[in-house]
Design a protein around this ligand. Structure first.
Ligand SMILES: [Cu+2]
Length: 137
């Protein structure tokens, strides 16, 4: 085996070890929820695992103001992301509010399994059906 081949084998070995480590519990569950000028979340439901951190990208591809708003779900390590409009600093709220045409990343770790409703807190949007489900399994 040449030195070059041996080096390639070692590098490949480290890559495998790194890949194995990154699939452990510390790696966030990455999801995206999107909305545009219609009053729907795409997708309408998100599924995550309890006890593992979540990195949720909230993207507004339209021009109408919307947010992602979830209240009352047990979670720790919550980092809300407010970019546009009003704040959502109440206790127990997980929220992401990108400006129209932009995206923000919300981080949290769900701790209790269950199905939790989220919605858009812009006036009238929830009532018009802009809701979704976060399923924690
Ligand atoms: Cu909305």
């Amino acid at each position: 085996m040449s030195v070059r081949t041996a080096t390639a084998v070692i590098v490949a070995g480290f890559a495998l070890i790194t890949a194995a480590c990154s699939s452990s519990g510390a790696e966030p569950q990455r999801l995206t929820v999107r909305f545009d000028d219609t009053l729907i979340f795409d997708p309408p439901s998100l599924t995550v695992r309890a006890g593992r951190p979540v990195s949720l990208t909230v993207r507004n591809t339209g021009s109408v103001d919307h947010d992602f708003y979830l209240r009352g779900m047990p979670a720790r390590d919550v980092t809300n992301a407010m970019q546009g409009g009003h704040g959502h600093e109440e206790a127990g709220v997980i929220a992401g509010h990108p400006k129209a045409g932009a995206a923000v990343i919300v981080r949290f770790t769900p701790v209790t399994t269950g199905t939790y409703e989220f919605w858009c807190s812009v006036t009238g949007h929830k009532e018009a059906g802009m809701r979704g489900l976060l399923i924690v399994s």
